[in-house]
Ligand binder design. Sequence first.
Ligand code: C5P
Length: 236
Amino acid sequence: MGKDVIVACDFPSAEKTLAFLDRFAQCERKPFVKIGMELFYGAGPDIVREIRQRGHRIFLDLKLHDIPNTVKKAMSVLRDLDVDICNVHAAGTVAMMKAALEGLTRPDGTRPLLIAVTQLTSTDQEALEKDLWIERPIDQVVMHYAKNARKAGLDGVVCSPLEAAKVHEACGADFLAVTPGVRFADAGADDQKRVMTPAEAKKIGSDYIVVGRPITAAEDPVAAYERCVKDFVDEA
Ligand code: C5P
């Protein structure tokens, strides 16, 4: 898989999501779509099938985290939805990530890509120490979790674009860095703390950027999407 822009469809219903995707009907490139918890829990697996049937690639962002056996069984259900990328929390341990991979692998050996969330970008150093009792610097924790994901056989991690280069250095160039926190230079950051433009994310080595509000809340979402593609995928 090459570089691509993944559109975070953070909508509360199937109707809103499909109406949004209808706007891209004339677009030459079909957006790669991220389905998160809100939409999945609200609309159920049928929304995944519907978007798939429309020909979109899908990142199913459900961030599984439970005992290995439960995660393995849940993944074996998700694998039949035929999505392109699934994810888990690296905090679930190497054993849990290995079990996830087993559950996701079909009898013929094929499977969606599996990536891990290292530390959520909403967790800062203070929360790490006070709430989680993890006393190391957060960037070291992120890198340790990324290495654990690699050890478990996963394909990459979700991380801040600022960490993408370090992840590649520690885990190899083929280990995917999927990065949210992307904003256009001429726009606000919303609640994202550390942001980069699509062009900067490309330069630093992100493999996929996950973009939500800069596209979904734009006056012209198709133009905003095409701008991301131009800056992140097309330009040398
Ligand atoms: O609207 P915005 O571009 O900020 O959306 C980013 C998307 O990436 C959201 O769906 C958000 O949940 C997700 N995400 C994130 N930071 C993480 C992991 C996921 O922003 N660390």
